[in-house]
Design a protein around this ligand. Sequence first.
Ligand code: ATP
Ligand code: MG
Length: 614
Amino acid sequence: MTDDVIPKTRRPGDPPPQLEDYALARERFSWTAARASLEGFPDGTINIAHEAVDRHALGPRANHLALRWLGRDGTVRDFTYRELSEASNRFANVLDELGVPPGDTVFVLAGRIPELYIAVLGALKRGCVVSPLFSAFGPEPIRTRMTIGAGRVLVTTTSLYRKKIAPIRQDLPALKHVLIVHDEPDNELPLHTMELRTLMGWSPTTFDVRHTRPEEPALLHFTSGTTGRPKGAVHVHGAVVAHAITGRLALDLHEDDVFWCTADPGWVTGTSYGIVSPLVNGATMIVDEADFDAARWYDILRDQNVSVWYTAPTAVRMMMKGGAAAAAQHSYPKLRFIASVGEPLNPQAVRWGIEAFGLPIHDNWWQTETGGIMIANFAALPIRPGSMGLPLPGIEAAIVRRLDDGSVAAVDTPDQEGELALKRGWPSMFRGYLGEDERYRKCFSGDWYLTGDLARCDADGYFWFVGRADDVIKSSGHLIGPFEVESAFMDHPAVAEAGVIGKPDPVAGEIVKAFVALKPGFDATPALERELLAFVRRKLGPAVAPKEIAFAPSLPKTRSGKIMRRLLKARELGLPEGDTSTMEGDAPAANGVAHAAASPHVGSAPTDPESAAR
Ligand code: ATP
Ligand code: MG
């Protein structure tokens, strides 16, 4: 907790915030009213793709720019709502022609190319369940996910097919149709595949969108695998109500916004907010094919007049490494709102936004399972740096304690730690972990969904992330959240990133051990180690400060850019590493940041900025 607050000022010319009075917005909110702001069909059905695209394509926004695609090589392709509607209709017709029935699962394994977006929307129109896979996955994680999802159709590229699908195709008996974006014109199309562009060229541009029931499955998203084996969370068409309203309230999306979500659609952020939410809200969305590159990102923010930018802590940390001056070289007159998700956003990062862009960064919290933003720092409210913010209207969040009989008790005392729980009933809540009913059931106690994250709630209702339940450290009777300790390290000028674990200790139970990656120009000397230990001890006090530090060139992360503390711990203790299918590669790629378009989130030597793209 802190008294530190960043007040809100509105710049002349900014549109009025979508949520101006938090208390009033909560009081007046109802999911029924939120649903009424969308169109739906007269029979009570609703289809995500109709709301995202066709509703606009059939109205006055038909010629508004829906998607601007920035190719790696400098190519730009623009799609109006009408064009996106027609292209996705063609894709839906291809599925129809192939006899793929509604309910079957369509996987998409592709970089951020236009066909990915068209295929996702077209498959939703057909009533198929779509699962976008992160294109940097190797054959094994792909095989596991496509087996769990019983993928009937796969959309991919020739190059990805050769490397990743051909070796496992015989293990995928459910896979009937492989639709290829042929990106190797000098080579023949692989055997037993079909050229997507040709099929789409033959298909009509009109399609009768399936009137899906609100509870009909629409999206299958796998979790990041930060704490263990990834789970396949199922979301339904009715979720679009939450995608729409959370984009408006938490990201302050307005119709005329140019919105850039840097997450890759292989992760949930890249679908809920990298496809559905901006389109449903009638905005223009930017998609960058390339992986993370700080200079490129600054250029995109400026040249594309991005007004709302949704990114991830890893990306922010990577940009911070280059210094605020790199950002401040440009001006960003159109940029109005910056938000981040995926990991805790250190207070330093919130403030760095002001230095770099003249705007603080707004942290928000949610999970693959929640389908949409649940807790947020809103455009109109002061920010408490380090806090995830306040629950969205329509969302009831609480801090609870699990009891032995399986029930939960509310922790009503402010600032007490406990598990973050959400009252069920919001439309984008997952409806199951595919093939893992028991694991799903265990997430609930009565009306409460238990998130597995520990947090505390202050007297004003702001939620503060403590750590994942699995990562919390118990030392000499204290419960220590890694986030607090890591943030203390981040205040030191030498530190690029820090990951903190509990190491078993016969006396204390556990001691706090920190793994630290340094910024370029700093050497891992014993003197610096002593200096860092003293620095953090001064900030946190001896009970919470780490007893040991190890320097590392970078920290292990998921491809979505999250620090894998369980791996730091397993390695420290010489234990098996468990499921590492979502771990980013060792080879330093030049990008890869993003729950955003680039991909995951990152650190130190540019590891995998792809992650930052989620
Ligand atoms: P797995 O469930 O497979 O271990 P994961 O939980 O990392 O993976 P996601 O659903 O992508 O998979 O991530 C959600 C989690 O990310 C949250 O439960 C939380 O631990 C963390 N997270 C997301 N946003 C924030 C935030 N703003 N502050 C702190 N933690 C966050
Ligand atoms: Mg999780």
